[in-house]
Design a protein around this ligand. Structure first.
Ligand SMILES: *Cc1c(COP(=O)(O)O)cnc(C)c1O
Length: 366
């Protein structure tokens, strides 16, 4: 079988083996070394001097954790959305009582940093800005550097007079971090969330969250109810090399091993491989006469969304790929259901994997 959905992604053999190890005492010395080593390796990818916490949760748990630690009910939040996952991030903020302003861009396009900047200047006082780095539902990567700069510049001047450092920026990087460059500190992101089953070549079950120094002030003051997600005990326990609650040990074993492999390959090589494969995927799709959903200037290196050709049933296409060719792709989400299909190419992926997908698609098309 060729599993090419945008997460969970396939595991290298060494990672698979690591997940099968015997349980250990999560309050014992072996766990302390495991957590410290994994955290140090993760910090290299987050490119932060701040904290990186590991939560036993899927990515969405990480999104919720970020919001309950930053927000109080009634806080104003600007949620930038370019698709299904941007909408989800916004919805979580709403559920916890934020006063939400939604800034939507058409699905398939990237967010325009200039429009974000204008909005922040026209309506000052947002406590938090939410943005998706890589929108997995459309295959679009936002220009996060430019968005972060727009947030910093347009809010800090207004709000520094109020004794505040401007709006905080929370980034859903669930399907980008580990595959696409995201220097969290340099760009000025305050909370960055990712998930083990996407670019990290690890099993589902862990959300990894980077928290900037600046974000801590908000964490101390936030009034949203929180217990399991509370960053404060996470930090206290992390200081002793532990987690407050029982961690998903098997997933951590896998992540520990995959991070070793990633360190061997090196950050810049990993990013270059994803850029190369993203391009290879898109060129292959176009060569088959198929149409990409995403604006190509912002096409994602980790997931490609393809329009279902007119006259073709999207569900049936995916079923035939699975049954006749053993190729498993993702469908469309929300309003894109049946209208697109999505190919994941993050983590453990090479050109040969893309060739298998293209070959199957080619056989079905003729
Ligand atoms: C996968 C994904 C999520 C959801 O993650 P879960 O692990 O399924 O909770 C959220 N945002 C983005 C951008 C994703 O790719």
């Amino acid at each position: 079988m060729t599993l090419r959905i945008p997460g969970p992604t396939p595991l290298p053999e060494a990672v698979l083996q690591a997940t099968g190890q015997q349980m250990i005492n999560h309050r014992g010395p072996e766990f302390v070394s495991l957590l410290r080593e994994i955290t140090a390796r993760l910090k290299a990818f987050f490119q932060t001097e701040g904290d990186v916490f590991i939560l036993t949760a899927s990515g969405t748990g990480g999104l919720e954790a970020a919001l309950v630690n930053l927000l109080s009910p009634g806080d104003r939040v600007l949620a930038v959305s370019v698709g299904y996952f941007g909408d989800r991030f916004a919805r979580i903020a709403e559920v916890f009582g934020a006063q939400l302003t939604k800034l939507d861009f058409p699905w398939g396009e990237a967010a325009d940093p200039e429009i974000i900047r204008e909005r922040l200047i026209a309506e000052p006082g947002f406590k938090l800005v939410l943005v998706t780095h890589n929108e997995t539902s459309t295959g679009v990567t936002n220009d996060l550097a430019a968005i972060a700069e727009a947030v910093r510049i347009s809010t800090s001047s207004v709000e520094s007079s109020l004794g505040d450092g401007g709006s905080l920026l929370a980034v859903d990087a669930i399907s980008s971090l580990g595959a696409i460059d995201l220097p969290m500190d340099e760009w000025g992101c305050d909370v960055v969330i990712t998930g083990s089953q996407k670019a990290w070549m690890a099993p589902p079950g862990l959300a990894m969250v980077g928290v900037s120094r600046r974000a801590w002030l908000a964490v101390e003051r936030a009034e949203s109810p929180r217990f399991y997600w509370d960053f404060r005990p996470l930090k206290t326990y992390a200081g002793r090399g532990q987690t407050p609650f029982t961690p998903a040990l098997s997933a951590l074993y896998g992540l520990g091993r995959s991070l070793e492999l990633m360190a061997e390959e090196g950050l810049s090589n990993i990013f270059a491989r994803h850029r190369r494969i993203g391009r290879y995927m898109r060129e292959g799709i176009k060569a088959l006469g198929l149409e990409l959903l995403a604006d190509e200037t912002h096409a994602s290196d980790t997931v490609t969304a393809v329009r279902v050709p007119s006259g073709v049933d999207g569900g049936e296409l995916l079923a035939r790929l699975r049954e006749e060719y053993g190729v498993i792709l993702g469908g469309g989400q929300g309003p894109l259901r049946g209208r697109i299909f999505r190919i994941g190419h993050m983590g453990y992926v090479s050109e040969a994997d893309i060739d298998r997908v293209l070959k199957a698609l080619n056989s079905l098309m003729v």
